[in-house]
Design a protein around this ligand. Structure first.
Ligand code: ATP
Length: 301
């Protein structure tokens, strides 16, 4: 009988791996808009993380042969630090995230996580190590408990509850008559943008990855919700290595370090205060966004 079930077990495992892969793909939906192009090396080992540092070492990349997008990009995010990546539209921020998740390989240079070239390890182990909190989360037509729990295959109800707690979802779940068993999505409860993002955060907490890739929301959440979510994200990012792709600067001003990309190159880097003092591209973007926010406030009054 064992002989019979072993292949079935294997199938189950393959199914679960594929399902997790698809979920990660869905999570990365905004980041991914072409076919996956990379494959594992034969006998590639799993990524082993003791200290989750991330290094881009002279990374050159273009989607098409004759158009280079990243021109020798180098930076390091030390283990446990929170770095933010900012820059004008088209600077290469999402491209950098796609490369870290290994949807593509660089044409030159390398990307290291804890000293290991991500081309040399299995994609499954790489993607298990990186939690993505996207700006628009994909929810399944299933219960809210299921939607939180599929961050990890063997998640138990206590894991799911702890994650919901960590993502500040317990208030909402407590108000639902069926609690964690409430159906969400198309056929069930419609969640707001902020609530969906909290589900994504809870999912990440269940997955418990050492590295976080935060794709900052551009969708307009009201300021209070945004502040609440940012506070939750900061808690989640503590003790982890995190990279936030930011479109609005107000949300990342307290990052350990801000990397300013421009036309696929690292134009500036430093803390918010340092970059303002420097008076370059970041300072210019900051002044412009502050003026825009002020104009919006005035228009709203
Ligand atoms: P935004 O802030 O607008 O999201 P970004 O800094 O994230 O911009 P990327 O999405 O990384 O910028 O895009 C960098 C460049 O790569 C752009 O010129 C874009 O047109 C190009 N690009 C992005 N995705 C692809 C793709 N799949 N195929 C070809 N070119 C692409």
């Amino acid at each position: 009988l064992t002989q019979l079930f072993r292949p079935l077990d294997m199938l189950g495992m393959v199914y679960r791996t594929i399902r997790q892969g698809l979920i990660d793909m869905a999570e990365m939906f905004r980041l991914l808009d072409t076919d996956v192009e990379v494959s594992d090396r034969p006998n590639a080992p799993a990524l082993i993380i003791r200290k989750p540092s991330v290094i881009f070492d002279n990374v050159v990349f273009g989607y098409e042969k004759d158009r280079t997008i990243l021109h020798g990009l180098s930076f390091e995010v030390p283990a446990g630090k929170a770095h933010a990546v900012v820059g004008p539209s088209g600077a290469g921020k999402s491209t950098l995230a796609r490369l870290l998740f290994r949807f593509y390989d660089p044409q030159e240079g390398r990307i290291l996580i804890d000293g290991q070239d991500i081309r040399n390890v299995t994609q499954a182990s790489l993607r298990a190590a990186i939690g993505v909190v996207p700006q628009d989360s994909v929810l399944f037509n299933d219960t809210i408990g299921y939607n939180i729990g599929y961050g990890r295959d063997d998640a138990t109800q206590p894991d799911i509850e702890a994650a919901a707690q960590g993502a500040a979802l317990m208030g909402l779940i407590g108000r639902l008559p069926k609690g964690f068993e409430t159906e969400v999505g198309e056929r069930g409860l419609k969640l707001s943008g902020g609530e969906k993002q909290r589900v994504a955060i809870a999912r990440t907490l269940v997955k418990n990855p050492p590295i976080l890739l935060l794709d900052e929301a551009t969708s307009a959440l009201d300021t209070r919700t945004e502040q609440d979510i940012l506070a939750t994200l900061h808690r989640v990012a503590e003790h982890r290595t995190s990279i936030s792709i930011a479109h609005r600067l107000s949300t990342i001003a307290d990052a350990d370090k801000i990397l300013v990309l421009n036309e696929g190159r690292l134009a500036e880097s430093g803390s918010h205060a340092e970059l303002l003092r420097f008076g370059g591209l970041y300072a210019e973007m900051w002044t412009r966004q502050a003026a825009e926010a002020e104009a919006m406030r005035e228009a709203a009054e």
